[in-house]
Design a protein around this ligand. Structure first.
Ligand SMILES: C[S@@+](CC[C@H](N)C(=O)[O-])C[C@H]1O[C@@H](n2cnc3c(N)ncnc32)[C@H](O)[C@@H]1O
Length: 358
């Protein structure tokens, strides 16, 4: 029978708590039909107690830590975090039924004084200050959430996140690996990421189609020596067609024209950079469907307040790009094989030539 979505009964709360202490296959059966979980919201609850304990152990919480949890669901991980040495947990949850469930469960355990539940979309919400983020997140928001953590205003020690296994592999990939991509290049610019362990899809209720991996992301203390918005826009440009050489990528008429427009606008401070990747609140890191080429058409007519320009001007600009590629000997290289230092050198040379990406 269909359950109302607005509230949850107390016997469900007891059941939810039990689910995380029973072995997962039994829990999966017990769950069936009791509480309608929405797959589009990524509501696959982690019910294997050994995995839940391992996540908290691997997060290496310290006394006094403020923990951020994204998507507490019914609280299977939350209660373990609250029982850890951490001082407090702030949990951001979008589904009001889950907010009720985790609140009631934590209340019943006498741990409510350590928990703040924020009912909000974690991609949109402003997070309170935190030392560590520990979460089994909805996989649909992996990329924007990691972007928000690493490129937003937050200063924290580490994020220990359960992610879709393939996404996790892409996140920790190194230059030259077949999975290396824009997401990994962007994360590497500001943080160290490593795999901690794999988690079977059988440890979730309902069972998802994919396996998962636990990943640790540690932001580096030192700020990188680059304008991050410019870097994000640059990698978007490079990795849009990651199997092409940089020479081929930056020879394309459409790309050259778009870069010309942006560079002109940056110089003249007009409003032609509305599509820049780094400036928006929702930062795109890559790793999903956002690795597309910059392409706003190939006309050289002025728009967005940008001046129009001549063929000759564009030809000079194109030659500057080719010159920068030649100087750093990267024209024949594919972006997915290059280290961030090599890409940074190219970006600096291009910037020196007046080529801007944001
Ligand atoms: C994979 S479940 C994890 C639940 C729980 N942490 C566990 O391990 O059993 C993801 C949770 O995130 C919530 N969620 C989905 N999208 C969200 C969003 N944009 N912001 C905050 N929470 C979200 C879902 O309602 C669900 O409770």
């Amino acid at each position: 029978m269909k359950r109302a979505v607005s509230s949850i009964r107390s016997r469900d709360v007891a059941h939810l708590a039990a689910a995380a202490t029973a072995p997962s296959p039994a829990a999966a059966e017990a769950w069936d039909g009791r509480f309608r979980l929405h797959k589009p919201r990524g509501q696959h609850l982690l019910t294997n107690p050994r995995v839940l304990d391992a996540i908290v152990r691997r997060a290496a919480l310290r006394p006094g830590d403020a923990v951020l949890e994204v998507g507490p669901g019914t609280g299977n991980l939350t209660v373990r975090l609250l029982e850890s040495p951490a001082a407090r947990v702030s949990a951001v949850e979008i589904d009001p039924r889950m907010v009720d469930a985790v609140t009631a469960r934590v209340d019943a355990l006498g741990l409510a004084h350590k928990l703040t539940v924020i009912r909000a979309d974690a991609v949109e919400a402003e997070f309170p200050e935190f030392d560590v983020c520990v979460a089994n997140i909805p996989y649909g928001i992996s990329s924007p959430l990691i972007a928000k953590l690493l490129f937003g205003p937050y200063r924290f020690r580490a994020a220990t996140l359960l992610l879709q296994k393939e996404f996790a592999r892409r996140l920790v990939a190194a230059p030259g690996d077949s999975e290396y991509n824009r997401l990994a290049a962007n994360v590497r610019m500001v943080a160290d990421a490593r795999l901690l362990m794999d988690v079977s899809k059988r440890d979730f209720v309902p069972m998802p189609k994919v396996d998962s991996s636990l990943v640790e992301i540690r932001p580096r203390a030192a700020e990188p020596n680059v304008d991050l918005a410019e870097w994000l826009a640059f990698t978007r440009s490079c990795f849009g067609q990651k199997n092409k050489t940089l020479g081929a990528i930056f020879k394309q008429k459409r790309k050259v024209l778009e870069l010309f427009r942006r560079s002109r606008c940056a110089e003249e401070r007009c409003d032609g950079n509305a599509n820049a990747g780094g400036g928006s609140r929702l930062i795109a890191l890559g790793g999903g469907d956002d690795d597309g080429d910059m392409s706003d058409g190939d006309s050289n007519e002025g728009h967005d307040g940008a001046p129009s320009f001549s063929e000759e001007e564009v030809a000079v600009f194109k030659a500057k790009i080719a010159g920068a590629l030649e100087t750093c000997e990267l024209a024949g290289k594919r972006p997915s094989k290059l280290s961030n230092d090599e890409l940074l050198r190219l970006l600096k040379l291009l910037n020196e030539q007046g080529v801007r990406f944001q």
